[in-house]
Design a binder for this molecule. Structure first.
Ligand SMILES: [Zn+2]
Length: 290
């Protein structure tokens, strides 16, 4: 019998890099999850957070469960889901870090000097000194004590290519950034077409008929037990954002409309960055690094 346990790292202060943010408010990075799928003895981890401190806390949490960590699976190539990998692998040197073959180049790109400088600017002095990229997953199944744990390609989420992890034994999906739970969705790298593809990705998750859905970004107070509700709310957020961009003439319009409809979600800086990216300023106003 498998179990799924979720480690949630809270909102983290960051340096605000998108021009126009009201500096009286603290910019934060969304709360993030790492998920342990485990049997009696063996375990696989899905995603591994970003800062040294939170990866160390994650490592302690895994250690306390007294399992053999065999695999760390990375859902997509955004550094906030795998820069903590070196800390985890230092603690569990026999574990192998893997991602879909098509995700690996994007993960490697995040470890380039250009991107690392960007992440360092957000989290000065807080990132692991050593970086590790996941290796290409061979085949399409991870096994935990003989039970299948299946990466599922979903195409577009907050980036492309993205995946989720299906745990059929538990009717659970570990959703990477395809669904968000109680937190504004990162739409800064999407246009109308990408948002339509993202809706299709949510259809792919819905077709797995999960009961439990763990979002990569999940408010610490949110429950992962209502998968249908989380999928529906993510769909609504995407369509509302798309409509707000179509109807609005600047970022403030979109922020106003989305705050009215989804203002209970955490991490308003995400909404600010997502809305700002839809109306790029000339020259230095672009925030293309994520
Ligand atoms: Zn993310």
């Amino acid at each position: 019998m498998l179990s799924v346990d979720v480690f949630t790292s809270d909102y983290k202060p960051i340096a605000a890099t998108t021009p126009g943010w009201d500096l009286r408010q603290r910019a934060t990075w969304p709360a993030s999850t790492a998920t342990l799928v485990h049997g009696r003895r063996e375990a696989a981890l899905v995603d591994s957070l970003i800062t040294t401190a939170e990866a160390e806390n994650l490592t302690e949490w895994i250690r306390a469960k007294d399992k053999v960590l065999t695999t760390v699976y990375v859902t997509h190539g955004h550094a906030d889901h795998f820069l903590g990998l070196s800390v985890v692998l230092d603690a569990f040197p026999d574990a192998v870090a893997m991602a879909l073959p098509e995700v690996v180049p994007y993960a490697q790109e995040q470890l380039s000097a250009h991107y690392l400088a960007y992440w360092e600017s957000l989290f000065p002095g807080q990132l692991p000194a050593r970086t590790v990229a996941p290796r290409p997953l061979a085949g399409d199944v991870i096994t935990v004590e003989g039970h299948e744990v299946r990466p599922v390609r979903v195409g577009q989420s907050d980036t492309h290519p993205s995946s989720v992890v299906h745990v059929p034994d538990l009717d659970a999906v570990v959703g990477g950034d395809v669904a968000y739970n109680g937190i504004h969705m990162w739409l800064a790298q999407t246009d109308h077409d990408a948002r339509l593809r993202w809706l299709t990705a949510l259809d792919t998750v819905a077709a797995l008929a999960p009961r439990r859905l763990v979002a990569g970004h999940q408010d610490p107070s949110a429950s992962d037990a209502d998968a249908d509700g989380i999928i529906a709310a993510s769909r609504r957020y995407l369509t509302d954002f798309d409509a707000a961009v179509a109807a609005g003439s600047d970022a403030a319009d979109v922020i106003g409309a989305m705050t009215a409809a989804h203002g209970e979600r955490g991490n308003p800086y995400t909404l600010f960055a997502s809305a700002s990216a839809q109306y790029p300023l000339p020259a230095d106003g672009e925030d293309a690094a994520r």
